[in-house]
Design a protein around this ligand. Sequence first.
Ligand SMILES: [Zn+2]
Length: 398
Amino acid sequence: MRDVSESAAGMRQAMHAGAPQHGDEPGFHESANNGLLIASLAALVVRLARMSLFEGKMVSGTSRTHGSPVGLGPDDRRAMSAISRACLVQGLPDHGAEIHDLLALCTRPLGEWLTLPEVVQAGLNHTVLIHADDGIPTAEAEELAAGFTGMTAAIEEQLFARFVDVLSRHPEGQANTYYTKVREFVVRNPVCNLDEFKVGLTDEVPARLWMIIQREFYEAVPTGWCIDGTVPICDHCGNAMKKGRAALVCRTAACVASHAARSSRSVAASSVMRVARGIRQYWVEPGIDELRLYDALRASGLPAELYPFRDRVDIAVGDTGIDLKAYVSPETLGQKFRRSIGGLAYYPQRLLVVPDWQAASMPSYLDRLSRAMGRDDVTCLTVSQALARLRSKESGYA
Ligand SMILES: [Zn+2]
């Protein structure tokens, strides 16, 4: 995978600015298509991220032509024009005028800069479209962009294409086991010396998969991650720490949300690898809470399975399927499950579980989630509620 830019700031620097040239194609009519405004902005973010992640192209403010494949296409211009128009109508600065400024704003909560009625109505005040450290779209940006016309395969699909391809050459049961082993390993080891694990893991997964782990899932740790010459490691999740305002903070947002920062060891940057940025976003970030729940279930003696059937659901316990999601906006998450419950459909008991820290971040999170989802075949719970329910179910059987 090409790590074209290190961060959202890097992404911006990698782009070179051009004059804003809004096309005069017919765009959105505010009155009729307000709901599409945010979807089109999210789709813009996802399109540009895909270009930078997979095609290694810079994002440029100039127009794309046959001679110059880098630049903005008509869809991008339309999305920017729509933001400009909405801003002007609301008396806000013209945030759609310049692509680099717009992308920089997308690393901040929408409510801080795009104070439009449709943002508030859709419960998107706290939603961030681009992960500030990784410079790639958040899960919520992808959800908001889903179904927007002109969107092709999800970034996640492209990111894991070779992994999935290699797995598919093995018998079903074996492929499922490999999938879980690899993903669990990566989540538990966001920064590590791969050589230390090589002997153990190559016994358990085929060499071809090991190669993908080495070449696609991990990359060198940049020297910029060093603090006083070494990389401090988080005691809770094993990720690298960075300098915060007052002290070190873990680079995993889900870890910061539920633990006080603590680091008792540092490693030389040259001795370790770090998880590549796409993998960090799709596996490691959500994986912290998934593994915490999984470990707690196992510790209670429950037969929990992690990522069964190659991620049909996050965790299964007998006939209960569990998906764990940490979305800032309960409305966006509810919409996602209103559209489709995905692999939960395979299980008679279905739980949509939200980390306690996420549910506590705003009043009535679970109620708003259930309302937005609008279905009674999935139960919404916090992680601790889910644990209590599954433990008592187990003791009921005993
Ligand atoms: Zn951590």
